[in-house]
Design a protein around this ligand. Sequence first.
Ligand SMILES: Nc1nc2c(ncn2[C@@H]2O[C@H](COP(=O)(O)OP(=O)(O)O)[C@@H](O)[C@H]2O)c(=O)[nH]1
Ligand SMILES: [Mg+2]
Length: 216
Amino acid sequence: MDYRSSENTGATEVAVGGVHIPGPRAEDRMPETVTSAVKIVIVGGFGVGKTTMVGSVSEIRPLTTEETMTQAGIGVDDNYGSDTKTATTVAMDFGRIRITDELVLYLFGTPGQERFWFLWNGLFEGALGAVVLIDTRRLEVSFDVIGRLEERGVPFVIANNAFPDGPRYPAEELRSALDLDPHVPIIECDARRRASSRDVLLTLMRYLHEMALHRA
Ligand SMILES: Nc1nc2c(ncn2[C@@H]2O[C@H](COP(=O)(O)OP(=O)(O)O)[C@@H](O)[C@H]2O)c(=O)[nH]1
Ligand SMILES: [Mg+2]
């Protein structure tokens, strides 16, 4: 085998029998200054923008396992408000973002539908917190997700992924509709925008930090 670095991307290529297989790119490698890694889970109902958010904010090529929605799935998944969507995540999204020179977040996007709850046990192990993405056209798809996070004692923030045709509610109305504790942060975001998705993660980190201070 022959390893070499591509000049443009810094990626290592592996040549096997004359076939060049791209290796990790330079940005996929963990910078040496990083001393802590934190696991964050991004949850929410079908089509709320989980894959979009992990994709927009991740510094590594996000890993997404999508499978075209089957006929059987169409009846099961509430598809309202996401009619252009043809694929649903069956397992999860994975990404990574550096918050400071020392701190990286590992992002795990996971579906909220009940039939995927078996994934949650392993996925939440060691997770410091969660982002619950909501879509105001279909708030009810988030009820179960929020209930399960509360049961598990996982701290979370609510990120309202503002779709253009979604009704807009003041934060306090959302808080009462979702029956949230007064301290749970609620912020609006556009999951397609990197800066906006990053702000959501920073809000979660600040919230976790505050909670840690109060516990101390
Ligand atoms: N207008 C708008 N569309 C979005 C936004 N976020 C996601 N979408 C679209 O909504 C659909 C569902 O998003 P996706 O990330 O696949 O949802 P997931 O099921 O939660 O992973 C996709 O077609 C996205 O392009 C957003 O902030 N605004
Ligand atoms: Mg998805």
